[in-house]
Design a protein around this ligand. Structure first.
Ligand code: AMP
Ligand code: TRP
Length: 333
């Protein structure tokens, strides 16, 4: 059955291995199941929920589009577009925020993490961020939303919002309730410096992540410096339970090789980390280096990237403006 796929990535710089293995790689697989209709959005409205430098933001919007293409998303087959160019997103977000409950948003763990200790100083946008995300998805009648594990709660909220709108306005099935697509394994890639912290764009240490723009030397150096423990690699996957760094590195290797964790564990069982790190760096270089080179090449052609985003936004706007019009009618506008 054909699926309608929608997903978004924030143009906040430092796109990394976690973004690739947790999300973008899956976007490409879904696109390549030919009958699917895929829409991938550079979510710049989400990016400004925390302060951005306007010049950097502009650069990061192009870089995110370049990363999509370099990873294998084909603009002739999928829509690649820029959220702020389609005004229906902001309009739908407002309407949906009027059916969403404060109690629902209060449960969102990502807000708590991002706002930190001083919640009073966080922007209202950061708080209502998941409602905008629901608008993104619901405007396109998306049936499936591929994301990393950290977005699971936001997708559950999106489902609740869709059902509440349909109920409130007596419009069964008007907003389609989407299914999350979260990989069973390796949906949460951890920091190279701390196996219990998520690999993240905003970690101040560049050594904590493999960026999708890293070259071979950077990859080898970061893996060499990645945190491990003093034991040799285990004989069984269950022995990884209290060894988060070893588990993460073996998980990355398995994901890159498209193989089960158990197979990677048996490949390196009893070996020391230096031997494994060599193989891991090679596997990373094989996948990341071509992406990195392609991103850099594409970034030299701003006109091309701008055209892709403009054409994609035109296509997205056709779909979204029809849906927002119907939504406004239901509301009574
Ligand atoms: P963001 O960079 O926050 O816009 O995230 C873009 C996509 O990458 C989302 O689907 C996230 O769930 C996914 N993602 C971000 N960080 C990680 C990570 N460390 N491991 C797995 N997926 C991730
Ligand atoms: N909140 C997502 C993230 O940080 C990005 C996002 C925005 C998104 N809108 C979306 C993901 C719609 C999937 C669908 O990763």
């Amino acid at each position: 059955m054909s699926k309608k796929i929608f997903s978004g990535v924030q143009p906040t710089g430092n796109l990394h291995l976690g973004n690739y293995l947790g999300a973008i790689k899956n976007f490409v697989n879904l696109q390549n199941e030919k009958e699917n209709q895929c829409i991938f959005c550079v979510v710049d409205l989400h990016a400004i929920t925390v302060k951005q430098d306007p010049k950097e933001l502009k650069k990061n919007i192009r870089e995110t589009a370049a990363t999509f293409i370099a990873c294998g998303i084909d603009p002739a087959q999928s829509i690649i577009f820029n959220q702020s160019m389609v005004s229906a997103h902001s309009e739908a977000a407002w309407i949906l925020s009027c059916v969403s409950k404060i109690g629902w948003l209060n449960r969102m763990t990502q807000f708590k993490e991002k706002a930190g200790k001083d919640k009073e100083k966080a922007s209202i946008g950061l708080y209502s961020y998941p409602v905008l995300m629901a608008a993104d998805i619901l405007l396109y009648d998306a049936t499936h939303v591929p994301v990393g594990d950290d977005q699971k709660q936001h997708l559950e909220l999106c489902r609740d919002i869709a059902q509440k709108f349909n109920n409130d306005f007596n419009a069964p099935d008007f907003l389609k309730v989407p299914e999350p697509l979260i990989q069973k394994q390796f949906s949460r890639i951890m920091s190279l410096k701390d196996g219990i912290k998520k690999m993240s764009k905003s970690d101040p240490s560049d050594l904590s992540r493999i960026n999708l723009t890293d070259n071979k030397d950077e990859i080898f150096n970061k893996i060499k410096k990645a945190k491990t423990d003093p034991l040799p690699l285990p004989e069984q996957a269950k022995d990884l339970a209290k060894r988060p760094e070893a588990e993460n590195l073996l998980g990355i290797y398995s994901s890159l090789k498209n193989q089960n964790l158990e197979i990677s564990v048996s490949e390196f069982s009893g070996k020391n980390f230096s031997e494994f790190k060599e193989k891991l760096s090679e596997a990373l270089t094989e996948i990341i280096e071509p992406i990195s080179k392609e991103i850099k090449k594409l970034l030299n052609d701003e006109k091309y990237l701008d055209t892709i985003l403009l054409e994609g936004s035109d296509k997205a706007d056709k779909i979204a403006s029809k849906k927002i019009k119907e939504m406004k009618e239901l509301v009574g506008f």
